[in-house]
Design a protein around this ligand. Structure first.
Ligand SMILES: [Zn+2]
Length: 726
């Protein structure tokens, strides 16, 4: 083995080969990557440099053109073809163990959907998007009209009520105004901040409404925001936000197999027992379709805050009646996940999983085809390196999920099927849903992986400015904080969003299997989400002309995956995790009544100890890295992998047993929810449950502290042993 100083010179030489612009500002003197020794750092940077060179924006564009060539919602023949194309391409690229996995799950496709106002005037909603000459894809007869997957089917004529965002507090306002929504049809809007449409549907169902219409107000994603399609990124008057209303915040995946995989022969529960299945009819509307309804609504004037971007007086309802018909073909259909591997050279059993879904509401230009294109470009590049003999130490698993849009279905079934293996062997799951709707990077991760994510962005280059992705990320975060009037100081530890909600395929990994997750996305103005205008034209002319951010995503995704796959000591920082955990605890403690009824001192002390153990392990592990034998490193890494699993409570959180993670879950709106069991109990002022949940957190934290302390102790004694032996 070479001495450290010699290696330092080689690291310096390698770093000098990296373009100046991609050098981190702080690293005037070369530094080791998290989890790598000097030799490992050199090898890793060389691997990454070769990958970065191979990634091509024009090739990413070609993939994107393929995925956006035809509409392909889950359960359609076209989407099966997409799955086969992905499998075939991966085989050609040289990936290993390419497999298509079929799951037979409950799904729905539209037969007939109509919305008609019957009084005070007759009017029939178009439920179709306009075609534009500049974009031939808008003329494709295969584009479906507006519909919401998993809506109940039926027919009703009933009075119309305007219920603002359709959140519970909106119904309180209606009650105060003397308006009863039972048996009526509510008209609500897609809202900002985002609240999942399935939560709006469940809320309307609980309030006793007969149906729900959800429209896109121009104040949220249309002309009030800026130029509309095809001249700009925002939604034009006829754009419709499709989507599912599945209650997957209760339990995601196939509604008929809650908690187990829909493999052939699997037990299915009766439809009537499926908790995630809506019982209400729901239809999405463009604002052009909604405007006549709002104009003829009648009744009391709505509160000022309920007004939207249309030049009309918003009213609560009293004069309009609507006939609603929804006929969906809802039955068990086949979904197809595609899976491929690059087997690890040293630890083939250990898995770094990269996932993206391929089903789309229509073309899915941003969501998800941008991510699918970035994934295929990454696998193409890694396939070339594999042929040249470059293979990562751990296995990379590429997963292309089906039915994410319906209920996070493909990933959930897979995560349930391989639950035991994942808990044993998964290092991390890296999710990219939409990869690109603009240039602003947004990274999320569990607390332990936040520092390695930040580090990964330092060696990449933002194509627009030429500065490092790290610097570009910081600048866009600063701008965002300014507009949001967020005073939290911007540091490396606050760059990463460590508050992880639901709404994409990371959910089963984090919340059910206890696998650490990372999420990556480039963001920008985007008002055509889930509409037919989210297509190739939008991307090529507006979202990412030149496909440079698609390519940057391939590079970043690859960099993060390779570091996790090649690190000698897994790049987890548990002291960073502990400091986030402390914030979570302090936030719950501030909730009304919490301090009076619960003692947080014990939990906070446990968190302090976990932080100290994490800090100690960082020191011992990284300092002792080159003195350690492979067996010692294996043992250490096994301990590190166990930490995330230890946050799982086999009973799950109260009322939602599928959600097993005690630090992370999502609210019904999909919004992030930290310390879910404790937080929800405190918010309900159920102090007995809150105390039980606090105790569960205390013992999980203590268990992890012990685990880290033993791992550090193991390394120290072996290091002493080694130095005595010299
Ligand atoms: Zn998506």
């Amino acid at each position: 083995m070479k001495s450290r100083s010699e290696l330092g010179l080689i690291v310096l030489a390698i770093l000098l080969l990296v373009p100046q612009s991609s050098l981190p500002a702080q690293s005037a003197s070369p530094r080791l990557l998290m989890g790598f020794g000097a030799e490992g750092t050199i090898k890793e940077l060389a691997f990454e440099a070769q990958l970065k060179q191979l990634v091509s924006a024009s090739s990413a564009r070609d993939f994107h053109r393929y995925f956006t060539s035809e509409p392909h919602p889950a359960g359609t023949e076209q989407n099966r073809k997409v799955a086969e194309y992905i499998a075939e391409t991966w085989r050609k690229q040289g990936l290993e163990d390419v497999t298509i996995r079929e799951y037979d799950v409950l799904s729905s496709l539209p037969r007939e959907v109509s919305v008609e106002m019957v009084s005070p005037v007759a009017y029939r909603a178009g439920l179709r998007e306009d075609a534009y000459d500049v974009d031939p894809d808008t003329r494709n007869p295969n584009v479906r009209g507006g519909w919401l997957s998993m809506s109940a089917s039926g027919e009703v004529t009933a009075p119309l009520v305007y219920a603002h965002s359709g959140n519970p507090e909106d119904y309180l306002v209606l009650k105060k105004a003397g308006i009863d929504v039972r048996g009526k049809i509510v008209l609500v809007r897609y809202s900002n901040p985002y609240s999942y449409r399935g939560f709006k549907a469940l809320t309307a169902e609980r309030e006793g409404a007969a149906g729900i219409l959800i429209y896109s107000d121009p104040a949220e994603d249309g002309h009030k925001k800026g130029k509309v399609f095809p001249d700009g990124p925002w939604g034009p008057e006829s754009h419709i936000q499709r989507g599912a209303i599945t209650y997957d915040f209760i339990v995601p995946g196939d509604p008929l197999t809650p908690g187990w995989a829909s493999v052939p022969g699997a037990k299915q529960i009766p439809l009537s027992e499926a908790k995630s299945l809506p019982k209400i009819m729901a239809v999405p509307l463009s604002w052009r379709d909604a405007k006549p309804l709002l104009e003829h609504m009648g009744g009391p004037v709505a509160p000022k805050a309920w007004g939207g971007g249309l030049p009309i007086k918003y009213r609560l309802g009293g004069q309009a009646s609507v006939h609603l018909k929804v006929d969906l073909d809802t039955r068990v259909m086949p979904y197809y996940n595609v899976e491929a591997r690059i087997r690890g050279a040293k630890h083939p059993e250990q898995l770094v999983i990269l996932g993206n879904h391929h089903d789309a509401w229509e073309y899915g230009g941003v969501d998800p085809s941008s991510g699918t294109a970035s994934m295929m470009e990454l696998s193409r590049s890694l396939g070339i390196l594999l042929k040249q003999g470059l293979r990562p130490d751990r296995t990379l698993v590429f997963c292309s999920w089906d039915g994410e849009e319906v209920g996070l279905t493909g990933s959930t079934e897979w995560g349930e099927q391989f639950e035991a293996e994942l808990r044993q062997n998964a290092i991390a799951y890296i999710n990219v849903d939409s990869s690109t709707s603009g240039p602003d990077f947004e990274g999320s991760a569990v607390g332990s992986l936040a520092p390695m994510l930040v580090e990964s962005t330092r060696s990449l280059q933002d194509p627009a400015t030429g500065q490092s992705l790290y610097d570009a990320w910081k600048k866009s975060e600063q701008r965002k904080r300014k507009t949001e009037k967020n005073k939290e100081p911007l540091t490396d530890t606050t760059l990463v969003d460590v508050r992880i909600g639901s709404g994409s395929d990371h959910t089963v990994f984090l919340n059910h299997d206890g696998v650490p997750v990372i999420g990556l996305e480039f963001d920008g103005p985007y008002g055509v989400y889930h509409s037919a205008y989210d297509d190739f034209y939008w991307m090529e002319h507006i979202g990412d002309p030149g496909y440079r951010y698609h390519a940057l995503m391939s590079q970043l995704w690859g960099t993060v995956a390779l570091r996790l796959a090649n690190a000698e000591v897994l790049p987890f920082d548990f002291s960073s995790y502990a400091s986030k955990l402390r914030e979570f605890v302090q936030e719950v403690a501030k909730k009304p009544g919490a301090r009076e009824h619960l003692k947080f001192e014990v939990l906070l002390k446990q968190v302090d100890e976990f932080e100290a153990a994490g800090r100690e392990l960082n020191k011992t592990a990284f300092a002792g890295l080159e003195l350690s034998t492979p067996e010692q490193l294996d043992k250490l890494n096994t301990s590190m992998m166990a930490v995330e699993r230890n946050w799982l409570n086999p009973d799950g959180i109260p009322g939602r047993p599928w959600f097993k993670h005690t630090l992370y879950a999502a609210r019904y709106t999909y919004a992030h929810l930290e310390l879910p069991g404790l937080t929800e109990a405190v918010e309900k002022r159920d102090w007995e449950t809150a105390q039980q949940q606090a105790t569960i957190l205390e013992s999980a934290t203590a268990k992890n502290t012990k685990l880290l302390a033993e791992a550090a102790e193991g390394l120290r004694s072996s290091a002493q042993g080694l130095s005595r032996g010299k």
